[in-house]
Design a binder for this molecule. Structure first.
Ligand SMILES: [Zn+2]
Length: 377
């Protein structure tokens, strides 16, 4: 990762570069900031810079053998410690057991949250932690010679999740640091760290991202147009993770909306061949997408019925986006007391069937035929 790829945080980048220029890079650095503030990318960019063979004034070259390995996170002198979970086959897990998944997570997933990382490790809800045996691994790693670069770098993500015995061992290491070893601690809750650890590190606090940097990243990396940008920046409040979540849900519901309004038009017009094609298309989006669509349809039906009952009060009763509201106002007259209960029950039943792995094309076709009848009732 190059500094250039880290969103915003200009002051923190400059501070790290200045420490390097003046030869005052402390052997233990703490980068702390709220979720979505780029702590992990910044730590990686700094480490890459320190080990780069041809560093420029304010960024690594991105081309030398060291940079190439850093960019894939496979440099032999780059080590990681992060929260892990216990599984039936791994009673005493340590970070290196999960390295390939960790690399994928850091490089491909822009949302570096504990919840997303743990969901990548285990299907059920599991408590993640940095367990006692990790400390032994850290000491073993530090005793290795460096392979290729001057510095050995150890990035510790979320050190606040270290159990007390691991934290105490880390403290001992920080008190008597091995030569040419750099610790980069990336924390979201530095107040949870031992005071004695805090007193050993050079602490850089990362603020929330500024709107200009966040806006640029959303435009360049996620193709967000100017029309949507204001809304996302407002919701995100300087948090890249929140911005991406809001973007996801806006995109998903706009896709569901397009799909739902077309489907209702076909059903109302009893356009059987079109409905058959629609079923084929829906079958390809997978069960989770189908379930989400059916829940969306249920919501639209309920909101339309509320609109039908009390058109004058729709401001208070109905929770629809502008585009949805325009559709719902035309659609509402077809959702009446005589059919709303049955329509809702059919959607709900189809949802249950899909959840229980029924043949989804049959469920969706059957549902469409019932909708054709219901809309005329
Ligand atoms: Zn380089």
């Amino acid at each position: 990762m190059r500094f250039e790829e880290v969103i915003g945080q200009v002051a923190a980048k400059e501070r790290l570069l200045e420490a390097h220029r003046s030869g005052r890079v402390s052997h233990a650095q703490l980068l702390s900031g709220p979720q979505g503030s780029q702590g992990l990318p910044l730590a990686l960019a700094f480490a890459q810079y320190l080990c780069c063979a041809r560093p420029e004034a304010s960024d690594s070259c991105g081309q030398c053998p060291s940079c190439k390995k850093y960019q894939k996170m496979v440099h032999p002198d780059l080590h990681f410690v992060f929260p892990v979970v216990k599984t039936p086959s791994l009673k005493n897990p340590v970070s290196k057991d999960f390295l390939p998944r960790w690399r994928e997570f850091v490089l491909d997933e822009p949302r570096h949250t504990l919840a997303r990382w743990l969901s990548k490790l285990a299907n059920e809800n599991k408590q993640g932690g940095i367990f006692a045996q990790e400390a032994e691994e850290i000491i073993k790693t530090l005793n290795l010679k460096t392979y290729e670069s001057e510095y050995k770098v150890m990035v510790v993500w979320l050190p606040e999740l270290m159990n007390p015995s691991a934290a105490n061992k880390l403290l001992k290491v920080l008190e008597e640091p091995p030569p040419k070893t750099l610790f980069l601690l990336v924390s979201q809750e530095p107040e949870q760290l031992l005071q004695t650890i805090l007193s050993r590190v050079q602490h850089t606090r990362l603020p929330k991202l500024d709107d200009a940097s966040l806006g640029r990243a959303l435009g360049e990396r996620h193709q967000v147009g100017p029309g949507q940008l204001d809304y996302l920046l407002r919701v995100a409040d300087g948090d890249y993770v929140k911005a991406l979540e809001a973007l996801d849900s806006a995109r998903a519901s706009s896709e569901d909306f397009r799909n739902f309004s077309e489907w209702m038009r076909m059903c109302y017009g009893v356009k059987v061949p079109e409905v058959m094609a629609w079923v084929e298309e829906m079958a390809s989006i997978g069960r989770e997408g189908q379930k989400q669509f059916l829940l969306y349809a249920l919501r639209m039906v309920r909101e339309s019925f509320a609109l039908n009952l009390a058109p004058a009060h729709h401001g208070q009763l109905v929770h629809l986006a502008q585009e949805e509201m325009a559709f719902a106002q035309r659609f509402a007259p077809f959702i009446r007391g005589s059919n709303v209960a049955q329509i809702a029950a059919e959607l709900d039943l189809a949802h249950t069937h899909i959840e229980r792995n029924a043949a989804n094309k049959i469920v969706l076709l059957d549902l469409s035929l019932k909708m054709m009848r219901c809309l005329k009732t």
